[in-house]
Ligand binder design. Structure first.
Ligand code: PLP
Length: 372
C-alpha cells in the first residue's frame, strides 16, 4: 500500500485519502470462508460497507465467491441491487418496511422478518406469487434488539399457514457478546438458538457475525455474517483471531507554524505549549472521523514518527505537534497517516475509547477513496 505515500493532497483535492486494499479484503473473506466451511460465509456491507464503499467491496467479495450480502436499510439494498449480479442475494437486516413490500418482491430483495406483523405483510404478497417469496426469520436469542420472541416463533411453527407462500431460507439471530470469547452470554444465546432451531427442524440457521465465526461451530449456523473482520478489524479478544489490515487513512498538512512557549492551541484553549514548538494543521477533523475524543491524546504518523494531536480536534482540521520530527520537514501537502502500518485501526479505537466499528463508520464522505 506504499504506492500512495508519495501522492500529494493537491492532486487529490479531497479532505484526505482513504485507501482500500481489495486484495486484502478478499484474503480476509477467503480466510473466514475456509475457516467456517462447510458453513457458507456471507458479507455484511451495511453503512456503505462500514464506510469503505459498498459497491466496490461487494463486487470484490462477489469475485471471491460471496453470494449473500447483508445491508441494514432497504435503501441500501435498492442501491446495491442495481450494481450486483442477479446471482447475488441481498438481505435487509432491519426488517420489512411498511409500504416496501411490493417493491421489495419485484426487485428480488430478501427481507429479514423481525415480527409477526412483518411476516403477515410479506405473506400477503407472497401468496400472490406462484413461487412464493424468500425471507429470513429473525429470532431474538438475547439482545432485545431485533427479531421475534421465542413465543412468537413457536406460534409460527405451530401454524404453518402464517408462513403461507414464504420460503424460509434461514432462521437467524445475532450474538451480543461475540467479541468476548469467554462471556457466558454466548453459550446462553447458542442454547436458545438450538431451542428455536428445534421448532423449525428443516430450516438452516444463520448465526455468527465476525466474532461468532471465530468462536466456533456452535456459533455459526449454515451461513455466517461477518462484517468487521472482512474490513481488517479485530472481532474477538483472542490473539490468534487476526485478519489483514484493509484500510489506510491519510490527511494532508495544510499549514505549519513555529510558536512560543505558552501558546494556546485550538478551541477552548485546551492545550498550552511548553517551550517553543513546531505545529502543523492536518486537513481532517471530526467530520472525517478524527473522533473528538482524540483531542489531546491521539496522534498522526509521519513514517514511524508519532506526531501527537494537541488541542481539540476541529470539524475540518486537527493540530499536531511536529517538533520532534527528524529529517525532512512536513510541508504543505505532505501526507500524514491516521490509520495504516504505523497506527492500526485498533490503536485509534483504543485512544478514542471506542470500537473499530465506530472508527470505520465515522470516516465520512469527504475522502478520495482509492481501491488497490
Ligand atoms: C452488523 C451485523 C453483523 C456484522 O457484525 P460484525 O461484528 O461487524 O461482524 C452481523 N449480523 C447482524 C445482524 C448485524 O447487525
Amino acid at each position: 500500500m506504499d504506492m500512495h505515500s508519495s501522492q500529494t493532497w493537491q492532486k487529490v483535492g479531497a479532505a484526505g485519502i482513504l485507501t482500500v486494499d481489495l486484495a486484502a479484503l478478499r484474503r480476509n473473506y477467503r480466510r473466514i470462508a475456509d475457516m467456517v466451511a462447510p458453513s457458507q460465509a456471507g458479507a455484511v456491507v451495511k453503512a456503505n460497507a462500514y464506510g469503505l464503499g459498498a459497491e466496490h467491496v461487494a463486487q470484490a467479495l462477489f469475485a471471491e465467491g460471496c453470494r449473500t450480502f447483508f445491508v441494514a436499510e432497504y435503501g441500501e439494498a435498492v442501491a446495491l441491487r442495481a450494481r450486483l449480479s442477479r446471482s447475488a442475494e441481498i438481505v435487509v437486516l432491519n426488517g420489512l418496511q411498511p409500504g416496501a413490500e411490493a417493491d421489495c418482491a419485484q426487485r428480488g430483495i430478501i427481507p429479514v422478518l423481525n415480527s409477526l406483523e412483518q411476516t403477515a405483510r410479506w405473506r400477503s404478497i407472497a401468496t400472490l406469487c406462484s413461487d412464493g417469496l424468500p425471507a429470513l426469520l429473525q429470532v431474538d436469542t438475547g439482545m432485545a434488539r431485533l427479531g421475534m420472541s421465542h413465543a412468537e416463533a413457536a406460534s409460527l411453527a405451530a401454524n404453518p399457514g402464517m408462513l403461507a407462500g414464504i420460503r424460509l431460507r434461514y432462521i437467524m439471530s445475532h450474538l451480543g457478546c461475540a467479541d468476548e470469547t469467554e462471556h457466558p452470554h454466548n453459550h446462553a444465546q447458542a442454547q436458545e438458538m438450538q431451542r428455536i432451531s428445534a421448532l423449525f427442524p428443516t430450516i438452516p440457521l444463520s448465526f455468527g457475525n465476525s466474532g461468532g465465526s471465530f468462536l466456533g461451530e456452535a456459533f455459526r449456523g449454515a451461513l455466517v455474517r461477518p462484517g468487521i473482520a472482512l474490513y481488517g478489524g479485530r472481532s474477538t479478544d483472542r490473539p490468534g483471531d487476526t485478519v489483514e489490515p484493509v484500510v489506510r487513512v491519510e490527511g494532508a498538512i495544510i499549514q505549519t507554524r513555529l510558536v512560543d512557549d505558552g501558546t494556546a492551541v485550538g478551541y477552548s484553549a485546551s492545550h498550552t505549549t511548553t517551550g517553543k514548538r513546531r505545529l502543523a494543521t492536518v486537513s481532517l477533523g471530526y467530520a472525517d472521523g478524527i473522533l473528538r475524543a482524540l483531542s489531546n491524546r491521539g496522534a498522526f504518523y509521519a513514517g514511524a514518527q508519532r506526531l501527537p494531536i494537541v488541542g481539540r480536534v476541529s470539524m475540518d482540521s486537527t493540530i499536531i505537534d511536529i517538533t520532534d520530527l527528524e529529517g525532512e520537514d512536513l510541508k504543505l501537502g505532505s501526507l500524514v497517516e491516521f490509520i495504516g502500518p504505523h497506527q492500526s485501526l485498533e490503536a485509534v479505537a483504543a485512544w478514542a475509547d471506542t470500537i473499530s466499528w465506530e472508527v470505520l463508520t465515522s470516516l465520512g464522505a469527504r475522502y478520495q477513496r482509492h481501491y488497490i
